[in-house]
Design a protein around this ligand. Structure first.
Ligand SMILES: [Zn+2]
Length: 691
């Protein structure tokens, strides 16, 4: 499972992208790789279409031993070696198209000042960002803003071949959606994603896997995870991703680097897990995949960890096939120590919570949750990245062995630092609120996430005999649970206990910043994500609104949160933080009661009453005030570049962290260095082609 960027992170801290260009940006473009100190770190790379590209740092790199740095380096090289796989998985013509367009880009020396050329540039960047011709988020085919005639001229002038379906598809209506999840259509047949032959249907897939039986039904194998299902002469066959199989050329490179990583593993458990992953890549055997996951999940001792393989199944309309991805992680020692403090004190938090006694857990165990520093990403995790990941996905392994839940700390940090505070200035009520947010907003945000994850989700218990919330609370289960975990965090954020535990230096300031940010976001700034007239739909957005709106209403008599209108603009000002904390406590007690009793009517009234409908006048005002901030809605990252230096014997004696100067440099460099797959990886015979 992966957590995509939480809308709140950006909005809560109020730091967002601004479009101003750096004065020295032109100078930097002259060099491909640049060194950046953390004091003068430039988070912004560029913005185009609906995308902004950022950089992230690897804080603490110099504190790693050389052996650990090597491990990180080998794992990132392994990850990048599979980059072409995600392109081919996303769409069968993606590699053909990318190779052709990159050849044009690198060799064209005609007029580069025209609108057409700029449109071509933008189109190629959008493809790089999405790992293919379909939008990374909406799944719609990206429309070029230049004509097919113009592309033909470019192809001719650069001696590039792109013809037939792979050319026509850029301009016609074919394969319009990467993943088609619509109701009532044949989703496999209608999806452009390259997990199935073009003539394979939903029914084919269901029938094929209905016949697969796991040797041990209690430990079901992940059938279909690592193959393409094709129909040849009417017969369904899996083309397995493995050495010597589909994507074998790239997989052999992955294996080569994983073997080097295994050689510098931090401990036996980690090395053994890497060995099993290599074995899996060599054989494609799904029992080995499970053995690997059990070993990987149990290997928790090292400072370095990684995700590498065919993992998440969101890109398959039927959820069988895993998209290739990798994330290489270094433990964030400082934040992990803070998490450990919370985890160790989980019982204190439970005992001192405002829950009814019957709903408190007698023995509570904090959820294991690590903050990590990302050192490199590839495949489906790059350039668009998750901010948190919880693996493995197999439920039986999660139940039997557990799971690893990580938050990508330096990525979140880069999001937080990537912009100006213009929007924050627009929506804060006063200078004090502004200053508190600037000084303590990020720490407050991190601690809220930590309390939410480590204490919040672990807290409370169901009454005996009450079913799981997906049965009792139905479609409100997830917004109730997320709101409940948020409330646990809020209740403890304005609390001297955090200072006692050494987590903050000024609990009041941090707590105030946390409350200000939550209310500002829940009642106003998150509305910038919605179109006027829309209801709030997304579970987290709903809970931020129902928590904030409920507290606002219940505190009205005491003027706890004051709605202020100044120069025609609305602000919310918290007058009494201690009272607001009490209100959060009351609501926490109530949400836990709803969960413990499975009270559907109460959750429906709470969510529908406070979390769904939007005040249209306020919404229109917020959108109007937000117009001045031209921030692209989607973000992604270039990766730092790890540059090894060798001694005379060819041994690595140090590894430097550099940053790419530009997005196009990094993308072209990746294609040149890690372009291991041919343009076409599976050719259908004429009789089997979709009509
Ligand atoms: Zn949560």
């Amino acid at each position: 499972m992966k957590l995509k960027v939480a809308l709140g992170i950006i909005a809560i801290t109020g730091s967002l992208w601004s479009c101003k260009t750096d004065t020295n940006e032109a100078d930097k473009l002259n060099e491909d790789l640049i060194e950046m100190s953390s004091e003068n770190f430039d988070y912004k790379v560029e913005q185009f279409a609906d995308i902004k590209l950022l950089r992230y740092q690897i804080p603490g790199w110099e504190n790693l031993a050389l052996k650990e740095q090597k491990l990180v380096y080998y794992l990132t090289q392994a990850g990048l070696s599979g980059r072409d796989i995600i392109w081919d998985q996303n769409y069968r013509h993606n590699l053909t198209i990318r190779k052709a367009l990159e050849n044009v880009y690198s060799n064209y020396n005609g007029d580069k000042t025209t609108e057409d050329w700029k449109a071509f540039n933008k189109y190629l960047k959008r493809l790089w960002f999405s790992n293919g011709i379909h939008h990374h988020y909406s799944n719609d085919k990206i429309k070029p803003e230049f004509s097919s005639e113009y592309l033909k001229t470019l192809l001719a002038q650069t001696n590039t071949t792109l013809e037939g379906e792979a050319f026509e598809v850029l301009f016609n209506e074919m394969d319009a959606k990467k993943v088609n999840q619509a109701k009532g259509v044949d989703n496999v047949f209608e999806s452009a994603v390259n997990f199935y032959g073009t003539n394979v249907t939903n029914a084919d897939v269901e029938n094929f896997y209905a016949q697969k039986k796991s040797p041990n039904p209690e430990k079901p194998l992940s059938f279909g995870l690592n193959s393409k299902l094709v129909k040849e002469g009417g017969v369904l066959k899996e083309r397995v991703y493995k050495s010597g199989g589909l994507y074998g050329e790239a997989i052999d490179e992955i294996v080569k680097w994983l073997a080097l990583a295994q050689g510098v593993a931090e401990n036996k458990a980690q090395g053994d897990a890497l060995g099993l992953l290599i074995q899996y890549y060599k054989t494609g055997d799904l029992q080995t995949w499970d053995d690997y996951n059990v070993a990987w999940t149990a290997a928790t001792d090292g400072n370095i960890d990684y995700i590498n393989s065919f993992i998440e199944v969101y890109n398959d309309p039927l959820g069988y096939r895993g998209s290739y991805e990798t994330v290489v992680q270094i433990k964030d020692f400082d934040m992990s120590a803070k998490m450990a403090v919370l985890s160790e004190n989980a019982q204190w938090f439970e005992d001192n919570s405002p829950l009814m006694d019957a709903h408190k857990k007698e023995t509570v165990v904090g959820v294991t949750y690590k903050v990590v520093t990302v050192a490199g990403e590839a495949g489906d995790a790059s350039p668009s990245t998750p901010i948190g990941v919880n693996l493995p996905n197999a439920n039986w392994i999660r139940a039997a062995v557990g799971s690893k839940s990580v938050s990508l700390g330096n990525i979140i940090n880069a999001y937080n630092n990537a912009g100006s505070s213009g929007r924050l200035g627009e929506f804060v009520h006063d200078e004090e609120e502004h200053e508190l947010e600037k000084a303590h907003g990020q720490l407050a945000d991190k601690l809220h996430t930590a309390l939410h994850e480590v204490i919040g989700h672990a807290s409370g218990q169901l009454n005996p005999g009450v079913g799981e919330t997906k049965e009792t609370l139905k479609n409100y289960a997830s917004t109730l649970e997320e709101g409940r975990a948020d409330l646990v965090g809020l209740y403890y954020l304005f609390n001297p206990k955090l200072q006692e535990l050494g987590l903050v230096q000024d609990w009041e300031a941090v707590g105030k910043a946390a409350f200000d940010g939550y209310i500002r976001n829940g009642l106003m700034t998150q509305l910038i994500r919605l179109n006027l007239g829309d209801d709030v739909e997304e579970a987290h957005m709903r809970n931020r609104q129902w928590v904030s709106a409920w507290a606002f209403e219940k505190g009205k008599a005491d003027n706890v949160i004051e709605k202020v209108t100044r120069d025609g603009k609305t602000y919310y000002n918290i007058n009494d933080y201690a009272k607001l904390r009490e209100l959060f406590g009351q609501l926490l007690r109530e949400t836990q009661r709803i969960k413990s009793e499975g009270d559907f009517n109460a959750v429906e009234a709470l969510v529908e009453g406070y979390g769904v409908k939007v005040n249209q006048t306020l919404h229109a005002e917020v959108l109007e005030r937000n117009k001045q901030f031209t921030s692209a809605p989607y973000s992604g990252f270039v990766n730092p570049v790890l540059v090894p230096e060798m001694d005379e014997a060819g041994e690595i004696n140090s590894i430097k962290v550099m940053q790419p100067s530009s997005f196009e440099y990094q993308m072209l460099n990746y294609s040149n260095t890690f372009g291991f797959l041919p343009a076409v990886n599976y050719k259908e015979v004429a009789t089997d082609i979709k009509l």
